[in-house]
Design a protein. Structure first.
Lengths: 114, 112
């Protein structure tokens, strides 16, 4: 069965601090896809990144970086030099190769204080 | 030029009523979805359609009926609304089942 766990329910940091959001997943499939989405206070869901199970390269996009480690079934997300605009709920999600649906984690509410 | 658009954005209605939420995507995607986000922010799949064909019906009460008149549209009709149906409903689409889904802005349904 597929499962995604985001153990951090809420994180609060001061602006310019670095922050890492944890994501641990479970799947029996050998081919799968991992995602991160951002839900700002306005409510929409914004796609951030997709990672395929056969590509363990870490990714950096500006202040955002993602660390994918199959050995620990983790796909963590780090924001460097956080800004108030980064305040949002962040969701990690998993899709097995054979599945037609995203399975989401519980979300982590990130608050960046000025 | 919104990619996935839902209407209405807000819906307040009384118990027992029937309501519909419309969704359209202009991305040329083959697969569309309905997700429900509850008050604790938990997101769960309800339905998935591929080329107008129902692929997933995730144990949703049959008061909920999706309809896909064409690949670009997936509407959600809800009969006999109950208090527990209050949630945010998101429509989404993806080019195929392996790729990321793009979401509409959500419809906040409040049943009173």
């Amino acid at each position: 069965a597929q499962k995604v766990t985001q153990a951090q329910t809420e994180i609060s940091v001061v602006e310019k601090e670095d922050v890492t959001l944890d994501c641990v997943y479970e799947t029996r499939d050998t081919t799968y896809y991992l995602f991160w989405y951002k839900q700002p206070p306005s409510g929409e869901l914004v796609f951030l990144i997709r990672r395929n199970s056969f590509d363990e390269q870490n990714e950096i996009s500006g202040r955002y970086s993602w660390n994918f480690q199959k050995s620990t079934s983790s796909f963590n997300f780090t924001i460097t030099a956080s800004q108030v605009v980064d305040s949002a709920v962040y969701f990690c999600a998993l899709k097995d190769r054979g599945a037609q649906k995203l399975v989401f984690g519980q979300g982590t509410r990130l608050t960046i204080n000025p | 030029d919104t990619a996935v658009s839902q209407t209405p954005k807000y819906l307040v209605t009384q118990m027992g009523n029937d309501k519909s939420i419309k969704c359209e995507q202009n991305l040329g995607h083959d697969t569309m979805y309905w997700y429900k986000q509850d008050s604790k922010k938990f997101l769960k799949i309800m339905f998935s359609y591929n080329n107008k064909e129902l692929i997933i019906n995730e144990t949703v009460p049959n008061r909920f009926s999706p309809k896909s008149p064409d690949k670009a549209h997936l509407n959600l009709h809800i009969n006999s609304l109950e208090l527990g149906d209050s949630a945010v409903y998101f429509c989404a689409s993806s080019s195929d089942r392996h790729t990321e889904a793009f979401f509409g802005q959500g419809t906040r349904l409040t049943v009173v």
